[in-house]
Ligand binder design. Structure first.
Ligand code: AHR
Length: 826
């Protein structure tokens, strides 16, 4: 690369374009091509997998039969009896089962087999089959001595028309596995698998299974090829598994236990899925984990798609929001041993105890495990007590394993605060796992989140994140906010070395959590706009970050002047001792006597009573504002007391004439939470982050400190909400160098409704050559989503860029992510 730059080359290239550009370019992006700041973590962009939204069973795991082992609480769930001019009974039995881990099976007792007697499975909302394709049927069966028939398995379409079948013979008094191939003559979206006895007598059946032959890499017990392809296309650097809350379990018996997920699938005990009672989109009481997609299949998938495995293990704690069960420290040994054994299962020689199990499953070579998570969204001293035990044991035996340690379920709350106090206070940690499920605005404002983070502490794993746009599914607005945030992850990838969007999969009509990255039904799949954001960042990840300066009159400074206020939503409250200070000087002190006319109220019933400003209507919204619209960087303190109603009270600040005030909602959401609302968006859309109840009749001290972009809110001296507020910028960007191609890679996000014209100024190069391109993700509206019908409405398109000088114009369309790959002459 040449480092001398003819000063005016760029301007010449600029001249013809300037003619067509209506206004002065808004932003100049100056990229110092010759002086990389730091390397970009090669692990930066990965994926997070959890069996939520039927992501595993019914989703990625290609098994077509639901409840194949009859171990759901409703043992015959997804099954029906088939009686074709026959006489018989179907019962669920548990005497002398297939094995102790799979204790239930069905018994057919047939008096008259007629045209067939047996059971039919309806899959996950139907079994989808394709014409001309093979399906692998298997079942465990045994028969009474009186039975002289065969076992007939038929794929039938929704009208009962047979599409293919097989017959197995040789049933005996012992459990045996029967395998056969069924070729489907036709296609059906809602087929069923019918398994029939063909003669009178007794037949016991278990583990009735049907897989497409055409799974990913045509593996038996395999994964859906189309879904794996979506993952492979992302080029993920790592894959987190198996979650998520599922790691923790609602209670300890429900926790994910990796040892239950390897070996013969008939020996893997089924576990109920902790998402079955989710109060999200839908409950699914018969949602179970077969663990057919277990740890072996997971490691194999990682290997296939070139992702480093990153398992998260239970640390002796069940979900702290639910049962909060704890394993006493003196009984933690087996949990720690499970962690050590997992490393051996992944990496140990084929002669070792656990390595031999891996080898027996067909993979004598190691899986090269380098990361291990201890706990999911754990917090507090009980966690750190357990973490220390795990860490000591893991590091003693496997010093090179990088341990992932949660910072709690969210950021900015007291649990997160405690975690960082510990890590910065000397508690060793390799990778701290931070999670954020917030509004799009949070992501925009947090594009700079890590710019000033302390580099002396542990590295960060942005382990779960997604922008939640007021309950909408997956729109472009949310995706662009994530993209803006990700420019910050790349810029700070010396610190944030791993990141993953969550959750990964959603099965349409069966979701417990939205938004999600990839949507599927039984035959189709599409990526959300967020999917394309992840894909673009991952596939264009540069090797090093280049210094990038943004300049321009339209860049907005992070100043938020405004008045202050108090109020209520469906409650009555009173306020007193309102004080506003700035740099130690008092700007305002309330009197609340007869002529405090500086307060302007709307809604509610306001009065000055006993030196307080009292609002007594318990329904509707009521607000009163005071002060100077020019006040900025102030500290507001006051006393507040709830008098009645269903919520707490509201403290407002930064109330500018041309925008919504910032509001601290104390005892919001039915008096269960404290929240911060900025620009009309709740700072915490993750409902469990900040529990908070305001007692009636008690005076509380409230203090809000706003300085520049920082907001800190305290209740009775305790931090309850913290935010970084920024003005929405015309562009969020990061630049890097792709050493292999020599390309300068620029990620630029314009989340605004109008295009941003810019000058790109490349320092120390002569210009860009043909072969340069812009990859653009945009759509007509920020509300746009993808769907099965229009799967690529929001998807990237590529444009060739003309050769140009080192300084050229580029317009970033409204609502867009652009990846510029600039070919630099070598
Ligand atoms: O991604 C969905 C859930 O969000 C995960 O299971 C959990 O870790 C987080 O609360």
């Amino acid at each position: 690369m040449r480092v001398t730059k003819p000063v005016f080359t760029g301007l010449l290239a600029l001249a013809p374009l300037l003619v067509s550009m209506a206004a002065e370019p808004a932003v100049t992006l100056t990229i110092d091509v010759a002086h990389p700041v730091h390397e970009v973590s090669p692990m930066l962009h990965g994926i997070f997998f959890e069996d939520i939204n039927y992501g595993a069973d019914g989703g990625l795991y290609a098994e077509l039969v639901q409840n194949r082992s009859f171990e759901h609480a409703e043992h015959l769930y997804a099954w029906g009896t088939v009686n074709r001019d026959a006489q018989g009974t179907v019962t669920v039995e548990s005497g002398d089962p297939l094995n102790a881990k799979n204790p239930h099976y069905v018994r057919l007792v047939v008096q008259d087999a007629g045209r067939g007697f047996g059971v039919a499975n309806y899959g996950y909302g139907g079994i989808a089959v394709r014409a001309g394709e093979n399906y692998l049927f298997s079942a465990r069966a045994r028969a009474g001595a009186d039975y002289h028939g065969t076992l007939r398995a038929v794929i039938e379409d929704e009208t009962g028309r047979p599409l293919g079948e097989c017959q197995t013979t040789g049933l005996s008094a012992q459990w045996q596995k029967f395998d056969a191939v069924i070729k489907s003559s036709g296609a059906a979206a809602h087929a069923r698998l019918v398994v029939l006895a063909t003669a009178p007598g007794r037949v016991d059946l278990d583990m009735i299974s049907l897989f497409p032959e055409n799974t990913w890499k045509r593996r038996p017990n395999g994964l859906r090829a189309d879904l794996v392809q979506m993952l492979a296309d992302m080029h993920p650097a790592f894959m987190r598994f198996p979650g998520g809350c599922i790691v923790e379990g609602m209670d300890l018996p429900n926790r994910y236990q990796w040892k239950d997920t390897i070996g013969d699938i008939a020996e893997r005990p089924e576990n109920w899925n902790r998402w079955q009672d989710a109060i999200g989109d839908q409950t699914a009481p018969q949602y179970y984990q077969t663990c057919g997609l277990g740890f072996f299949e997971y490691f194999q998938l990682c290997e296939d798609i070139g992702a480093a495995p990153l398992p998260i293990l239970n640390c002796g704690m069940a979900c702290q929001y639910e049962s909060a069960q704890l394993v006493p420290l003196d009984q933690l040994r087996s949990f720690v041993q499970d962690a050590l054994d997992l490393v051996e299962f992944a990496n140990g020689p084929a002669t070792s105890e656990w390595g031999s199990k891996r080898a027996a499953m067909g993979h004598p070579e190691p899986f090269h495990l380098k990361f291990l998570g201890v706990g999911n969204e754990q917090w507090g001293e009980p966690y750190f007590d357990r973490y220390r035990v795990f860490r000591a044991a893991i590091k003693a035996k496997y010093p090179d394993i990088q341990i992932v340690t949660p910072a709690g379920p969210g950021v900015g709350d007291r649990w997160w605060e405690l975690a960082w106090t510990k890590f910065r206070g000397g508690l060793p940690a390799d990778l701290v796992d931070e999670h954020y499920y917030r509004g799009p605005r949070w992501f925009l404002d947090n594009a700079v989140r890590y710019d000033d983070y302390d580099r002396a502490g542990p590295r960060i794993f942005a382990g779960e994140y997604a922008a939640h746009d007021n309950g909408r599914r997956n729109n472009l607005r949310a995706a662009l906010a994530e993209a803006a945030f990700m420019t910050g992850l790349v810029r700070n990838s010396d610190l944030v070395t791993l990141s993953s969007y969550a959750p990964l999969f959603a099965k349409a009509g069966a979701t417990q959590w939205t938004p999600d990255l990839i949507w599927c039904d039984n035959t189709r799949v599409f990526g959300s706009p967020s999917y394309y954001v992840q894909l673009l960042f991952s596939r264009n990840r540069p090797d090093a970050v280049l210094p990038l300066k943004l300049a321009g009159a339209c860049l907005k400074a992070d100043e938020f002047p405004g008045r202050i206020g108090v109020g209520t939503d469906d409650s009555a409250a009173e306020f007193k001792d309102v004080v506003v200070t700035k740099d130690g000087s008092t700007l305002y002190h309330s009197e609340f006597s007869g002529d405090s006319s500086d307060w302007k109220a709307s809604g509610g019933a306001w009065a000055f009573v006993d030196g307080a400003l009292r609002q007594t209507a318990v329904e509707g919204s009521a607000h009163a504002f005071a002060g100077d619209p020019a006040w900025s960087d102030v500290t507001l303190s006051l006393k507040a007391r709830k008098l009645g109603g269903r919520q707490g009270f509201v403290v407002s600040f930064q109330a500018a004439a041309d925008g919504l005030p910032t509001r601290l909602l104390l005892g919001s959401n039915g008096n269960t939470q404290n929240m911060l609302e900025i620009g009309g968006q709740l700072w915490s859309t993750y409902q469990r982050d900040v529990p908070g109840t305001i007692e009636t009749g008690r005076w509380y001290d409230v203090r809000v400190v706003s300085k520049g972009r920082s907001i800190k809110c305290y209740l009775d001296g305790k931090l309850v909400s913290e935010a970084i507020r920024r003005n929405v910028q015309p562009l969020y960007a990061v630049a890097g160098l792709d050493r292999k191609s020599g390309d300068v890679v620029l990620f630029a996000v314009n989340p605004n409704e109008k295009a941003t014209d810019s000058i790109i100024d490349l320092e120390d190069v002569t210009g860009v050559t043909t072969g340069s391109r812009a990859i653009v993700l945009t759509s007509a509206s920020a509300d746009d989503e993808n769907s099965f019908e229009v799967p690529a409405r929001v998807s990237p398109h590529e444009e060739a860029l003309p050769a140009a000088g080192a300084r050229f114009l580029h317009t970033f369309p409204a609502n867009s992510l652009t990846v510029l790959r600039l070919n630099i002459p070598q």
